[in-house]
Design a protein around this ligand. Sequence first.
Ligand SMILES: CC(C)(COP(=O)(O)OP(=O)(O)OC[C@H]1O[C@@H](n2cnc3c(N)ncnc32)[C@H](O[C@H]2O[C@H](COP(=O)(O)OP(=O)(O)OP(=O)(O)O)[C@@H](O)[C@H]2O)[C@@H]1O)[C@@H](O)C(=O)NCCC(=O)NCCS
Ligand code: ADE
Length: 313
Amino acid sequence: MTTLRNTLHDLSLTAPVPVDLAGARLAQLADLAITALVDEAMLTPKPGLVDMRGSGAHSDLSWLLMCRSAHALRPAFEAMAHAGATMTDLPALRQRIGAIGRAGEAQMMDATGGVNTHRGAIWALGLLVTAAAQGSADARTIAARAGALARLNDPAAPASTGNKGETARRIYCVGGARGQAEAAFPHVTDVALPMLHTARGRGEAENVAQLNALLAVMADLDDTCLLARGGPAALAAAQTGAQAVLAAGGVGTGVGRAALRELDADLLARGLSPGGAADLLAATLLLDRLARRDQRTTEQLQATEAQHGTTAF
Ligand SMILES: CC(C)(COP(=O)(O)OP(=O)(O)OC[C@H]1O[C@@H](n2cnc3c(N)ncnc32)[C@H](O[C@H]2O[C@H](COP(=O)(O)OP(=O)(O)OP(=O)(O)O)[C@@H](O)[C@H]2O)[C@@H]1O)[C@@H](O)C(=O)NCCC(=O)NCCS
Ligand SMILES: Nc1ncnc2[nH]cnc12
């Protein structure tokens, strides 16, 4: 905690955000990121993952720990939003959010007693929060801006972290979390968001729509959590299992739910967790909420205009 405060102080990020509309919008961005993380953790039943039933394939995680971790990340997300809104030099912005991201990781470890709950999520949602703060726009534009940031070099980043994902990326020649961000989050914009919207359009319950979105990501993602825990056979089993649920009509059907139970049991028996897909579901929920917030604002402005017979601006 002290380390984070020192780092944020060094970065001149401890100054309070001015109490104005712009400051409130940045604070709201951080709130939306935390809400997305908590909603992802609460979504139940997720295969192999922590949810309201229990710890999934993780011996060191719980739902409470995931929520504590999410809330501990608030200062980091707000600092990233502040940087995104105020810095126009993109290489400098990339360096700044890299430093904030590493400080956020330290804060996460402080809050969880050294357990990695959200390293991948800090990365994905951190880039997206920064990009969203650069200007209001739709999901694809925010993801494109986040991708452009991810592709920039961060000279202060350690050459090697020794993390499991890094090792898996090297051994199995996959992109992992880094590749997903550099490609502008295709599994969020082209897979999960369309699935979420289609499922809602079919009248499915919100938790069913979100579970189908998670499965759509799992069906195709090069998830380094799965690779690190069980190699290519583990990744293939998770992908095939997720495809089977979707082919059976998704979680909203009886056959689909039975396939989901089978997939969950298989992942638990093998100690496998699709943590990367969970992070991308949280990223999807964030972008979905941002779009809905903008839609509501537009509708409110239109209502004001209609009421007064004038243009609100
Ligand atoms: C770029 C970084 C994310 C580093 O990534 P790298 O690949 O080098 O290594 P890891 O840090 O190990 O993995 C990244 C995590 O990303 C998630 N993930 C995996 N595959 C994908 C994918 N294809 N697309 C998107 N995201 C993916 C995943 O995170 C989740 O799983 C973690 C829990 O899993 P677990 O198996 O329990 O892992 P461990 O605790 O490590 O092992 P055990 O001890 O339990 O056995 C959990 O974190 C989830 O979030 C991967 O783990 C990034 O960290 C980085 O470079 N940061 C620097 C700061 C920066 O530049 N920030 C910029 C702005 S934010
Ligand atoms: N619900 C979850 N379970 C396990 N790992 C995760 N990483 C992000 N969300 C997760």
